[in-house]
Write a new protein. Sequence first.
Length: 154
Amino acid sequence: MTERTLVVRPMTRADWPWIQRWYEDETLDRELGPLDDEWLQYVLAAHSGVQLVVLDGIDPVALVGCAWDPDGHEHAITDVAIDPRRRRNGLGRATIDCVRSWPGHPPTTGWVAFVDQGNQAAYRFFSSLGWAHRGLDEDGMHHFAAGATQASTS
């Protein structure tokens, strides 16, 4: 696989049309949707996290939600949506690496992700990244954790 140069920026209202098109995909809608205007308003007004757009050149290839821990212990990846036309080609790993290193996050000592028990693809994904599985949380979600820094992939 060739090395990608991905760029990360916060989501804006102008992103809404392509996000809506992505969520017409059955898998995205089932696992992370449905998205509506209420979701959009919430995301655009949020101060406790950010929805990040990952670009490969000018094309959006991923949308990733991050919730910031006010104590700086463990920020959370809340959702990962890869462009439905580009799944299963290494973008997920590159996306998470890029999102975690985005300089706009408040300082943190680690990252976590919570995965629904029925979402086997997400379970396999975070496992393949080497994130530690901490078991099920009080809401019955798989709890994964990674340290604040990752080994270089170059």
